[in-house]
Design a binder for this molecule. Structure first.
Ligand code: TXA
Ligand code: MG
Length: 348
């Protein structure tokens, strides 16, 4: 199959493919998604197979208008409605009990469904033109970093899907915040993102960060969100996440005798890397910049043939919590404290 790159004036063609039960790559403000008709089990099965995704890992369903939400879920509790009114369109996925319109395959066999109303104009236009709720996981092959450009998505999906709409680079660069509601006052964050715990707390009386966000989860652990237990966001290169001081970080790399090592650091760390003759790339200076560049950089370093990436860890709060969460998984939980000089959480 030849994978076509469509321009945004070719949305009617994309809509036609979706109506025929085909899969289309769709840009959103977070990352590119692998979209299909959420109500059509055969189409959804094609997504699982193009992505190589385990069948127990549910897909997020994308809508274009609030009025589409009600028929996808059993009930919309007042807290969910308040959150949606504040944060939609935008990078927030809200999990509720699913209605019969959502087939079990879309939900990975769970009785719930995560729904979001994306802010990207192309995503909105496609959902409207296709006139359906669109199920879309991130457009990477399972386990790889999510694609933030049409070219990155093509490198994972060429020959596997008929088309990808090129909507330019994604603004956020990491996936949406995924939440569930524990009760009428409590939000549980299952995957952190641009909608931070602090922002959610402006609406929800209580916000809990699930243990799986920062803790180590194995394939055999019972989790609230199946995506937590799989190795994820990982380039081909080995990734080590390094916390602590810049000096300690640079000494670790300077003393490594591996070939093709690369430091992935903040913009402000560049001069120190030059001074210590440590080969480096940068991924921004603010948490938001790091979020938007992380996956692009990991893919870029793979193309350059780097075999081991040491990443300077961001602070695990605000949007930094989301970056940290992706990095611990990309690193397979290999986290090094630069100052203690020992690995305190090791890959299985
Ligand atoms: O920003 C995003 O959310 C992107 C764009 C395309 O919208 N989509 C995305 O989908 O990241 P995906 O499938 O790669 O990640 C969805 C995550 C998975 O970890 C999955 O386990 C979790 O959300 N999830 C989805 N539905 C769920 C549900 N009903 N219950 C628990 N976890 C759910
Ligand atoms: Mg994903």
């Amino acid at each position: 199959m030849d994978t076509k790159i469509l321009q945004d004036d070719e949305i009617p063609l994309a809509a036609e493919l979706l109506q025929k039960g085909e899969i289309v790559g769709i840009p959103t403000e977070t990352v590119y998604g692998l979209g299909c008709d959420a109500r059509n089990p055969e189409a959804v099965m094609k997504v699982f197979s193009a992505k190589g995704r385990p069948a127990d890992n549910p897909l997020i369903v994308h809508i274009q208008d609030f009025s589409q939400w009600g028929e996808l879920v059993e009930e919309i509790p007042p807290l969910a409605e308040r959150l949606a009114k504040r944060f939609w369109p935008g990078p927030l996925t809200i999990i509720l009990r699913r209605s019969k319109l959502i087939p079990s395959v879309t939900a990975g066999g769970l009785d719930s469904v995560g729904v979001r109303l994306p802010a990207h104009p192309v995503a909105q236009a496609v959902i409207q033109a296709a006139d359906m709720p669109i199920a879309a996981p991130s457009g990477n092959r399972s386990g790889r970093p999510s694609p933030t450009t049409a070219a990155d998505m093509l490198s994972d999906m060429a020959g596997r899907i008929p088309a990808i709409i090129d909507g330019g680079p994604c603004l956020c660069g990491i996936e949406s915040t995924v939440i569930a509601l524990d009760d009428e006052n409590t939000v549980r964050i299952l995957r952190p993102g641009f909608i931070t715990p602090e922002k959610l707390a402006e609406i929800a009386p209580k916000v809990i960060i699930d243990n799986g966000v920062l803790g180590k989860v194995s394939e055999h652990t019972a989790v609230r969100s199946p995506g937590m237990k799989y190795r994820h966001y990982a380039p081909n290169a080995r990734v080590t996440l390094v916390t602590g001081s810049l000096d300690g970080f640079l000494s670790i790399i300077a003393s490594s005798n591996e070939a093709n090592v690369r430091a992935l650091v903040f913009d402000d760390d560049a001069q120190a890397c030059v001074a210590k003759e440590v080969p480096f790339s940068t991924y921004g200076s603010t948490d938001r910049e790091c979020a938007s560049q992380l996956f692009t950089k990991l893919r870029e370093l793979d193309r350059e043939g780097v075999s081991h990436i040491f990443v300077r860890a961001p602070r695990a709060d605000g949007v930094g919590l989301a970056v940290y969460n992706r990095l611990i998984r990309a690193a397979g939980y290999e986290i090094l404290d630069a100052d203690a000089g020992k690995i305190f959480q090791k890959r299985d």
